[in-house]
Design a protein around this ligand. Structure first.
Ligand code: RIB
Length: 357
C-alpha cells in the first residue's frame, strides 16, 4: 500500500511531463527491463505480467520515444528534406513527389525550409541527425558542399535536391538550369528583343548561377553583345516582393529593356504585379518569362510564359535515390538530370516587337 501511495504521489508530481518507461515500471510493479521486453520482445514476458504492464501504459498514456529507440537500432523510418523556401509552390510540388514515394515504403517526411540561409540549413541538418533520420534531401543554399561530409561520415545519407552534384561522390537530382536559362532568353531573342532584363537570385545558389549561364549563352549564340543586351538585377528574396523590387530598378533605366527573364515564377508574379500597377502592357510594352511553370502561371490574367520543371518527378526521383542509398550496401551514387521545357503563353508572345534582320 505504502509503495502504491508513494508511486501515486510521485506520478502526481510527474503530471504534465512526458511519461517515462520508469513510470510504467513503477505503476506496474515490475522492472524497467520487463517493460522494455513487453515493448520490444513481448513473447519473453508472462501473459499476466504483460497485461499489468500494458494496463500501466494505457493508464499513463505512455508513448515510446521513437527517435531514441530508432537511434539505437538505426531503424528510423523518417527522412528529412531541407528546401530553400517552403512558401515557393515549386518546393511544395517537389515535396509532394518526395512524400508519395516515401509513403510507398512506410517512411515519413520531415520538411524544413532554410529560407536560403546557410546558418538555418546547417542547424536543420543537425536537428535532423538528432532525430535519427535515415537520410536528408538538401537543396543547398550555397555553392560549397564540404559541410555535408561530416553528417555523411556519421552515417546520414545525403542526396542533393534540385542541384547537380559532384559526380561519383554524391547522389543528386536536378534539372538542367543552364538549358532552362538558355530556352528563356533564346525565346525572347527569337521574338526580336535585343535588350533583356534578368531578375536573378544570388549566384551562390546553384540554380541561379546556372540559369544566368544559360541566359548569357543564348545571347552569345545570337551574336548579341551581352554587356549591351543584358541588364542583370540580383534580388535576395526569390519571391514576388523581390521581383517587384527588381522591376522598379529596371523601369528606371535610361535605355529600357523590352523583356524580362525571371529566376522563378514567384519573381515573375512580382514583376507582372509591378507592371500592372505601372500601367505597362504585357507583352506589347514588356514581355515576361518566368521559371518553374507552377500551377498559377497558366491562370494569371496574362498567362505567364515559363520554363517548366518536372517538379513532382524531381521529388520522387530524389526520394528513390535516398532510400536506395540509406538501405543498400555498395550503393553506386547516381546523378539524375531532368530537362526543362519552354511553355509559351501570352506574357511573351506572339507580338513581334522588332522585325528580324
Ligand atoms: O528556389 C529558387 C528556385 O530554384 C525555385 O523557384 C525553383 O526554380 C528552384 O529550382
Amino acid at each position: 500500500m505504502a509503495a502504491t501511495i508513494q508511486t501515486a504521489g510521485r506520478l502526481a508530481r510527474a503530471a504534465g511531463r512526458r511519461r517515462s518507461i520508469r513510470d510504467v515500471a513503477e505503476l506496474a510493479g515490475v522492472s524497467v527491463g520487463t517493460v522494455s521486453n513487453v515493448l520490444n520482445k513481448p513473447s519473453l514476458v508472462a501473459p499476466e505480467t504483460r497485461a499489468k504492464v500494458e494496463a500501466a501504459i494505457t493508464t499513463l498514456g505512455f508513448v515510446r520515444n521513437g527517435s531514441a529507440r530508432q537511434l539505437r537500432a538505426g531503424t528510423s523510418r523518417t527522412i528529412g528534406a531541407i528546401v530553400l523556401d517552403i512558401s515557393n509552390p515549386f518546393f511544395t510540388d517537389v515535396a509532394r513527389g518526395i512524400e508519395d514515394r516515401l509513403a510507398e515504403d512506410d517512411f515519413i517526411l520531415i520538411l524544413a525550409s532554410s529560407d536560403e540561409r546557410v546558418d538555418k540549413e546547417r542547424r536543420y541538418l543537425r536537428l535532423l541527425e538528432e532525430q535519427g533520420v535515415q537520410g536528408v534531401l538538401v537543396s543547398p543554399a550555397e555553392e560549397d558542399l564540404g559541410w555535408l561530409d561530416q553528417p555523411r561520415a556519421r552515417g546520414t545519407a545525403i542526396v542533393l535536391l534540385d542541384r547537380p552534384g559532384p559526380a561519383e561522390t554524391m547522389c543528386s537530382v536536378a534539372v538542367d538550369d543552364v538549358r532552362g536559362g538558355e530556352l528563356a532568353a533564346a525565346h525572347l531573342v527569337a521574338l526580336g528583343h535585343r535588350r533583356i532584363g534578368f531578375v536573378n537570385g544570388p549566384t551562390k545558389i546553384r540554380q541561379c548561377a546556372d540559369r544566368r549561364k544559360g541566359v548569357r549563352k543564348a545571347l552569345r549564340a545570337a551574336r548579341l553583345p551581352v554587356a549591351r543586351s543584358l541588364v542583370e538585377v540580383t534580388v535576395n528574396s526569390l519571391n514576388a516582393d523581390g521581383g517587384e523590387e527588381a522591376l522598379e530598378r529596371l523601369l528606371q533605366l535610361a535605355d529600357p529593356v523590352t523583356a524580362i527573364v525571371c529566376v522563378n515564377d514567384l519573381a515573375a508574379l512580382g514583376v507582372m504585379r509591378g507592371l500592372r500597377r505601372g500601367g505597362v502592357k504585357v507583352p506589347d510594352e514588356m514581355a515576361v518569362v518566368g521559371y518553374d511553370d507552377v500551377e498559377f502561371a497558366a491562370v494569371l490574367t496574362t498567362p505567364l510564359t515559363s520554363i517548366r520543371q518536372p517538379r513532382y518527378q524531381l521529388g520522387r526521383a530524389a526520394a528513390e535515390l535516398l532510400l536506395a542509398e540509406a538501405h543498400s550496401r555498395g550503393h553506386q551514387h547516381e546523378q539524375i538530370l531532368f530537362q526543362p521545357e519552354l511553355i509559351v503563353r501570352e506574357s511573351s508572345g506572339p507580338h513581334q516587337l522588332v522585325p528580324m534582320g
